[in-house]
Design a binder for this molecule. Structure first.
Ligand code: ADP
Length: 593
């Protein structure tokens, strides 16, 4: 409690004031008592001096010194004080306690000087005769023509003793009064200080983040109002901090789930926030305590751009890379928007994939243009030759027309395949999905190719196992995929070859395997034959009316059904393609190529 400044400021001055007041009252009281005691003594000595005057005037007038002395002794014995009779010139005539012959002249004694001038005088001093403090009272008197002085004196030992006792009693009273006042003062000071100390403790605790602290039973009055206000403030502060913590946690959760790298810095380019993606994209480790931007990010263009954005307040977007095979798009802007900047936000986005898509698109457009240009050039050339006269040539005319027809067919195939691919690319799911009997699909596809097979005198064997489970999918697409595989087998197998198509169920899916004993595919080309427009032998493919898109369509269809396409081949011996579609409700292990 004494450690409280407020308590000390309240208690100590009051205690001092009370001590001072009680001390002053005690001291003045003692002085007043002494003075009033002396007054009473003086008054009684005055009366007694008159009495002495009356009693000894006659003896004095008659000059009977012996009687005067005897009367002085008697009166002194009766009134209990020393009686001295002094002549006008200061000679002691008679004294009740000493021999006048041994006494010096009393004319200059203070009480005598006063009595000589004003008729009466008194003084307090130590007697030279009896060596003790006395109260002297002198009175001028007349005995006939003779002027003399009656002087009475009393010892002050008694009075001093009583006054000392009184001082002692007063001292004790003052001490007790001071102690009582001090205790009262302590009690009241504490009573008024305690709530304030409690309030100070609460404010201190709140300032140190102990937001659960409250004042449980606030006092009535202003202190209570203040306590309730502090309690409400602590509630509001708690809610605010919880809200801020929530917001921050949400922000960090959002940042950490972002694929874009985000770094926020202050105006001194000290990092305030950074997410894991930023560390991964810009190649720096994420540490608990962030330092300066330049210590984390090593990319000179980013550091330079951040400084520029801070000084110009104009946001910047630029490309970085390729670095380690990656492209980045970096955007730097100040925050908050439309206000004095408090720092910059750097957002880095990995554009490698989109760059790759762009490249693929460019490549695709170039391929398509090339694929279109070749038959179109041929058609144009033959058409011109026909116009220039070959039309009437009975041998070459029909031959050129047949070639034009071939190229038109090739163009039609190409456009159809392109349309098919774009349809597969743009559709989010599988249209017209239903249970499909794969055996029927295989037979329909084989029927489509019968003419081609017969043309090349090939043998087409179809083997579908009994009770083949149904798959879920689009029957038209599945038929298209199997037909493409059989078509390729026919195309790339010489006349008289054999094509084997089997449909079976294995490992949770239905597999349609199309094998041939044709030209086969070189090992190095195997990984690429499912790419668009990839052909092992471009001219042979074209000769066969191929577009280079058939296997790409097959792969798309397999993937759209949740399945896959696999190939194995030996150049000169033949190829085997396995088209797999999962059986619904069964665990499937499919490897995607
Ligand atoms: P294309 O229209 O040229 O046949 P595909 O995408 O169907 O295009 O096939 C890509 C390439 O794969 C073909 O050009 C061919 O070189 C090769 N290929 C596909 N199937 C076979 C097969 N059964 N035997 C040998 N090579 C094949």
């Amino acid at each position: 409690m004494f450690s409280s400044t407020f308590f000390r400021r309240l208690f100590l001055p009051y205690l001092l004031l009370i001590c001072l007041a009680t001390g002053v009252v005690g001291f003045c009281g003692a002085r007043w008592l002494r003075a009033s005691y002396l007054d009473r003594t003086e008054a009684s000595l005055r009366n007694e001096a008159r009495l002495v005057e009356d009693l000894i005037s006659e003896s004095l007038e008659s000059g009977d010194t012996g009687k005067v002395t005897e009367q002085a002794h008697r009166i002194a014995g009766q009134v209990g004080c020393r009686v001295t009779i002094i002549d006008d010139d200061g000679t002691v005539e008679a004294d009740s306690e000493g021999n006048p012959d041994h006494m010096d002249n009393h004319r200059q004694r203070p009480e005598m000087v006063s009595a000589a001038t004003s008729g009466e005088g008194s003084s307090v001093r130590t007697s030279a005769t009896i060596q003790t403090a006395l109260f002297y009272f002198a009175r001028r008197a007349q005995a006939g023509p003779r002027t003399y002085f009656v002087r009475l004196s009393v010892r002050l030992d008694e009075m001093n003793h009583r006054i000392n006792l009184l001082y002692g009693a007063m001292g004790i009273s003052v001490f007790l009064a001071m102690a009582a006042a001090g205790l009262l003062c302590f009690y009241f000071a504490r009573k008024h200080t305690a709530p304030l100390v409690e309030l100070t403790d609460l404010a201190d605790a709140l300032a140190h983040g102990q937001l659960s602290r409250r004042i449980l039973s606030p006092e009535p009055g202003e202190m209570g109002t203040l306590a309730r206000s502090l309690n409400s403030m602590a509630d509001a502060l708690g809610q605010l901090i919880a809200q801020t913590d929530n917001d921050r946690a949400r922000l960090l959760a959002i940042l950490s789930s972002m694929s874009e790298g985000v770094i926020a810095t202050d105006t001194q380019q000290r990092v305030l926030l950074v997410n894991a993606a930023a560390g991964a994209l810009l190649d720096f480790p994420i540490v608990e305590h962030n330092g300066a931007l330049c210590e984390m990010v090593r990319s000179e263009p980013i550091l330079r751009a951040a400084s520029e954005v801070l000084s110009t307040c104009e946001s910047k977007t630029f490309q970085l890379g390729p670095s380690h095979g990656h492209y980045l798009e970096v955007t730097i802007c100040t925050f908050p928007a439309h206000a004095k900047p408090q720092g910059v936000v750097i957002v880095a986005r990995d554009t490698t994939q989109s760059m790759r898509y762009q490249e693929l698109r460019k490549e695709f457009v170039a391929n398509v243009s090339h694929e279109l240009r070749t038959p179109l050039t041929a058609i144009k050339g033959f058409a011109e030759t026909l116009r220039e006269g070959a039309m009437h040539d009975p041998v070459h005319g029909p031959k050129f027309l047949a070639t034009i027809e071939n190229h038109v067919d090739q163009l039609t195939n190409l456009v159809n395949d392109l349309l098919e691919l774009s349809k597969l690319d743009s559709l989010p799911g599988l249209p017209r999905s239903m249970p499909v009997d794969v055996g029927a699909v295989v037979r329909r596809a084989a029927d489509l190719l019968t003419t081609a097979v017969d043309k090349k005198s090939q043998t087409l064997n179809i083997q579908v196992i009994n009770r083949l489970p149904a798959v879920v999918g689009n029957p038209d697409y599945l038929e298209r995929a199997v037909a493409n595989l059989i078509d390729n087998a026919v195309k790339y197998t010489p006349t008289g070859g054999t094509i084997q198509v089997t449909a079976r169920s294995e490992n949770g899916h239905v597999t349609v395997e199309v094998s041939d004993n044709g030209i086969g595919i070189p090992k190095e080309d195997l990984p690429r034959i499912f790419e668009r427009f990839y052909r092992v032998d471009r001219s042979r493919s074209r000769e066969m009316g191929g577009t280079g898109l058939g296997l790409s369509i097959v792969k798309h269809i397999a993937q759209a059904h949740g399945g896959a396409i696999e190939v194995s081949s030996t150049p000169g011996s033949g190829s085997s393609f396995r088209f797999k579609v999962p059986i619904p409700g069964q665990q499937v292990l499919v490897s995607h190529n």
